[in-house]
Write a new protein. Structure first.
Lengths: 164, 416
């Protein structure tokens, strides 16, 4: 699967409270969550993000609350994937579970700025910075997780793979 | 092979020889949601098309915004109540208190596997449970199948020796540790606490430490199940649930971190990340407009006692609002009986009902632009208390009470 989009870059420890503040957690409609995505860290994010765009961040992206509203808001804002040096544990699992692709690559993050255009080949884990003409390889997913991703998320995986 | 506490529990529950790095499937002893994550979880659970695997071990907590501050949350609460009625699972409604406190008081047993749609589910690690927070999809599937999968975590052993000096407690220790290893210092790892200071540490203080393990990125923050665990369970009328649990001698640790409790001083976590830590004395002069004592981190009877001891016959600073939220109905009831509540209200405090209260910015103490709050909670992220233009500092109940008197961040050792 190929993804392509413009980069919106953030720093370390982007927490789920700034991705989607608790005051919007009573909303479970993804499109409505998307209207407030990143609101407390970048008030203009929703205005500038275009379908396919890519969030790039430093270490520990998605730390804090377990709210799955955070990856849902990012996915519903039509962000195609998030690339970071590292992800917080619960966010990582949540994103996989709802089908938001995440890639870990320290080099890609170091060599990318806001406004760059990236092309990502998810099956190979390849990140191409078209603006700077550089290519990076992200860490592969464990096999166990690939099955969940291929099924379209954990809820679908469970529906398809278990009997009552 | 010699095992860490996490490896031991996951081996027993998966019926396999579980070592760090393995993927295991384990039955879930307790799965729960709260009112901000619950509605999404329940919708996802319904999408699985399954029945509830274990209704008597499934709990809906209504605690994050109680009583409801608005129509949307009221509708969410109604949705949760209807689900509990329809599926015959347990529900904890208004006034009972914060989920993690109630899990510790009433439900968590040593060796249990506990999962909750709330990151501070790690709190139950204090009673020797393997307890961790997950997102809504994972909890929905745990509701449906009664089991979940884990990658067995590598473990950092945190060895605590020595005795806390006066007005220093386990909150200062965990803030210090997070400052030392960083907000992602233990991502994916288990933090296992041991040492002579731990074997004497009361349950209330263990709960504070386990609660904040996730603020270093950890999957669990786990304590041995020992004599103190046994007494805690007996006090709650669950003595029969006690079993002793210790890591094996020779277990493999990825890292060993030693902390001398006697060398610690009152610590404060500064805006806007928990690992931004400094001694309270270095922040003197920092004005605060609100002090919040409560939460799953520090809303226990022992915390009320610490605050009451410092605020007895004192009045809070005229520029400060003091909000106190006992973590459970039992804590509130005991704090009334022991006279702590009387002291706190006469000092100028405002008591709000048991629940999460001001912690996550939904109600009962949202900050104004430019204001600062000193809170005994576990998070100080930007916007956490409902306003991205405000600042949150984290500290112990002693530091919070002392600062309420002076109107600025104050080392509690300075207040007589």
């Amino acid at each position: 699967m190929m993804l392509k989009g413009t980069v919106h870059k953030y720093g370390v420890n982007v927490d789920t409270d700034v991705i989607i503040p608790a005051r919007y957690c009573n909303v479970s409609e993804p499109a409505e969550l998307a209207l407030h995505c990143m609101e407390d860290i970048d008030i203009d994010f929703v205005k500038k993000v275009k379908p396919g765009d890519i969030i790039v961040a430093d270490t520990n992206f998605g730390c804090g609350s377990s709210r799955e509203h955070a990856p849902l808001a990012i996915k519903a804002a039509k962000v195609s994937c998030v690339i970071a040096k590292s992800f917080a544990r619960i966010f990582f699992r949540n994103a996989i579970n709802i089908g938001l692709p995440l890639l870990e690559s320290e080099d890609a993050v170091n060599s990318t700025d806001s406004g760059d255009v990236l092309e990502v080949d998810l099956s190979k884990g390849e990140i191409k910075n078209l603006t700077r003409n550089k290519t990076f390889i992200a860490k592969p997913y464990p096999d166990f997780m690939m099955k969940i991703i291929e099924a379209g998320g954990l809820v679908d995986y469970t529906r398809k793979n278990t009997v009552n | 092979m010699a095992k860490t506490l996490s490896e031991k529990i996951l081996s027993i529950r998966s019926g396999s020889d579980a070592n760090a790095g393995d993927i295991v499937i384990v039955p879930v002893d307790l799965a729960f949601v709260q009112d901000t994550t619950g509605p999404l979880t329940i919708r996802q659970f319904k999408e699985t098309g399954k029945k509830l695997a274990n209704p008597s071990h499934t709990v809906i907590f209504i605690d994050h915004a109680v009583p409801s501050p608005n129509r949307q949350l009221s509708n969410d609460h109604q949705f949760l109540r209807n689900f509990a009625r329809e599926y015959n699972c347990l529900i904890s409604d208004y006034g009972n208190g914060v989920c993690h406190q109630l899990v510790a008081e009433l439900l968590a047993n040593p060796g249990d596997i506990i999962v909750g749609a709330d990151s501070h589910t790690v709190t139950a690690g204090a009673v020797g449970a393997f307890a961790t927070g997950m997102g809504s999809s994972d909890i929905a599937v745990a509701f449906a199948l009664g089991k979940t999968w884990f990658r067995v975590p590598e473990t950092f052993k945190i060895e605590i020796t020595g005795k806390f000096s006066e007005k220093v407690d386990s909150k200062d220790l965990i803030l210090y540790l997070i400052g030392r290893i960083g907000a992602d210092g233990a991502t994916y790892k288990a933090l296992e606490f041991s040492g002579d200071a731990v074997s004497k540490m009361p349950m209330s203080q263990r709960l504070t430490i386990a609660n904040m393990a996730v603020e270093a990125g950890a999957k669990v923050g786990i304590f041995p199940s020992d004599n103190i665990t046994r007494k805690h369970l007996e006090k709650q009328g669950r003595g029969d649930k006690f079993k002793e649990l210790h890591a094996d001698d020779g277990a493999k640790y990825e890292k060993i971190i030693k902390i001398d409790a006697s060398a610690l001083e009152p610590m404060v976590s500064m805006p806007h990340t928990v690992d931004n830590v400094a001694p309270a004395r270095t922040l003197e002069g920092t004005k605060i407009q609100q002090v919040f004592i409560g939460t799953c981190t520090n809303g226990r009877l022992e915390d009320m006692a610490i605050a009451a001891r410092i605020l007895k016959d004192k009045t809070i600073h005229p520029n400060v609002r003091l909000i106190v939220a006992p973590a459970s109905r039992n804590v509130l009831s005991m704090a009334i009986k022991k006279g702590y509540i009387d002291i706190l209200i006469n000092a100028g405090g405002t008591i709000v009902p048991p629940g999460c209260a001001a912690c996550l910015g939904l109600h009962q103490g949202v900050l104004a632009d430019g204001e600062s709050c000193l809170s005994t909670a576990n998070r100080n992220f930007k916007g956490r208390m409902g306003n991205p233009e405000a600042s949150v500092y984290l500290a112990s109940p002693a530091t919070a009470a002392a600062s309420a008197i002076t109107g600025e961040i104050t080392d509690p050792r300075k207040v007589k």
